[in-house]
Design a protein around this ligand. Structure first.
Ligand code: CTP
Length: 473
């Protein structure tokens, strides 16, 4: 492979020249080189390692570049960063690191390029290309990372126990890369991850979640979750999912394994949507099933109100993982809470009023909910699969029809509270809520259309029924 091709951006020549002037060696290293070889969409992050001061090199490059971009210095880390066009270029001095058992923060000393490559997480992330003029384009791959890229293998530069124990985030990274790239993790690495799994507890929740997002954002997220499960990391990070694993049998009746089912659902939904939070919803849609599982002699296995329990668990899970407790969380909760609604609906005769209620409750997210429910079909029986899909098609069609007629999405009451007060000469009181609720119910049930005239008449009737007298007509 011609590695000069990786260096087409003029920035690399500039970095090389500046490094020559400072009499230091400079290399582009890590993700940029890996992604070039993989022909992945070219990374916007470029990591430069200098055998010497990364900060000085960054400052010199900053001066040499047109527009003199600002150089941000992270003194504590000995790194510097500058933005150039749409690139983010990070400079670091080559390091030798040693770690203490209870911390991710290493003791750092200056080192050679080899020291620096040794301390990196994976062989495929330790590839470097020289930028100095006399060796421009020289490729340095001490651990056969290119072979690993070809063979699709995740391996560590040093003994895996050392690499993972040094920085336990790498356990997540190894699994994340295996998922994103569809690589296999070598056996000794899997073993080392299993042995070091408890050390994940010294990693901040934010970084763990970053890796989870990337796994969930992959083409086939189940690969990552199966690896997290196999290595024993999953019960530490997401015990709610592990609890779904297993099949119980009582009196010859079995339920499905909800863990593996969930993973199938996540893979399914990933074919249809890139919405990260909808994918999260797929991952969590059944978590309420573990705590609600019961066996009833008459009906068999039940998971009564698991959607409600699951939605509550979503909040706790987000909180524990320091994920945002904002509209994203509420969206996931809503999807979990409503995850069975279209299914119940499609099993029965699809009535207009049931569809109106569904649209009313789901609001703008009714399409997302349908996507989730379609992904939830994991039956291996082709006849059943076809039937379920067809039923959802009917529900979808009904949603369109009902919406065209009744405009239930983002429902606004056709008669305002103010008008109710004026009509009956009321001060703010409970009765207004009662009448408004009755109007809404009548519309959803299809007793009256979602129109002003009909709603106004219905208001008059309802008010009189509860003993009010109109002061105007
Ligand atoms: N690295 C490491 N250990 C970590 C994180 C990073 O050894 N825990 C090294 C790897 O050599 C990696 C480089 O630092 O290639 C840059 O890290 P980062 O930007 O986080 O990842 P990339 O490999 O660039 O990949 P991505 O952008 O997909 O995260």
């Amino acid at each position: 492979m011609d590695y000069l091709e990786a260096l087409q951006n003029p920035i690399f020549k500039i970095v090389g020249t500046c490094a020559d002037e400072l009499n230091v060696k400079a290399y582009v290293i890590g993700g940029f080189v890996r992604d070039f070889i993989l022909k992945r969409e070219s990374a916007k992050d470029i990591d430069i390692v200098a055998v010497g001061s990364g900060i000085e090199l960054a400052q010199r490059v900053g001066h040499a570049l047109e527009g003199r971009p600002e150089v941000t210095i992270f003194k504590n880390f000995g790194t510097a960063m500058l933005k150039y066009n749409d690139l983010e270029i990070e400079f670091v001095g080559a390091r030798k690191e040693s770690y203490q058992r209870d911390s991710r923060k290493p003791i750092v000393e200056d080192g050679t390029l080899e020291d620096d490559q040794n301390r990196r997480d994976l062989t495929i992330n330790a590839l470097a290309i020289s930028l100095n003029t006399d060796s421009y384009g020289l490729f340095i791959d001490p651990f056969n990372g290119v072979e690993d890229l070809k063979n699709k293998i995740i391996r560590t530069p040093l003994a895996p126990a050392i690499t993972y124990s040094d920085d336990p985030l790498r356990m997540m990274r190894a699994i994340r890369f295996a998922t994103q790239l569809n690589f296999e993790i070598e056996l000794s690495s899997l073993k080392a991850i299993n042995e070091n799994k408890e050390r994940i507890n010294i990693i901040s929740k934010e970084r763990i979640v970053d890796e989870l997002h990337k796994i969930i954002g992959s083409t086939k997220p189940s690969k990552g979750f199966a690896l997290l499960h196999k290595t024993g990391l999953l019960p530490i990070i997401l015990p709610e999912l592990t609890s779904l694993q297993g099949i119980d049998e009582v009196e010859g009746q079995r339920h499905k394994d909800n863990f593996w089912h969930t993973l199938e659902v996540v893979d399914n939904i990933s074919k249809t949507t890139d919405n990260l939070w909808l994918r999260w919803a797929a991952l969590l849609h059944d978590i309420g099933k573990a705590p609600t599982k019961r066996f009833d002699k008459k009906i068999g296995w039940t998971f009564h109100a698991h959607e409600f329990v699951g939605a509550k668990m979503v909040y706790k899970l987000f909180k524990r993982l320091r994920m945002p407790l904002n509209d994203k969380m509420k969206f996931v909760q809503k999807m979990v809470l409503m995850s069975s609604r279209p299914i119940i609906l499609s099993e029965d005769h699809v009535t207009d009023s049931a569809v109106r209620r569904l649209v009313f409750d789901a609001g703008d997210y009714v399409e997302d909910l349908m996507i989730l429910c379609e992904a939830d079909i994991t039956t291996k029986n082709p006849r059943k699969q076809k039937r379920y899909l067809k039923n959802f098609q009917i529900v979808r069609q009904k949603i369109v029809e009902v919406e065209e007629r009744d405009r239930i999405r983002n429902f606004q009451p056709p008669v305002s509270g103010e008008e109710i007060m004026r009509t009956f000469g009321l001060k703010p009181s409970k009765e207004i809520g009662v009448i408004k609720e009755a109007i809404k119910e009548a519309i959803l049930a299809g007793k009256i259309p979602n129109e002003y005239e009909a709603a106004h008449n219905f208001m008059l009737k309802t008010g009189i029924k509860i003993g009010l007298k109109p002061v105007t007509t």
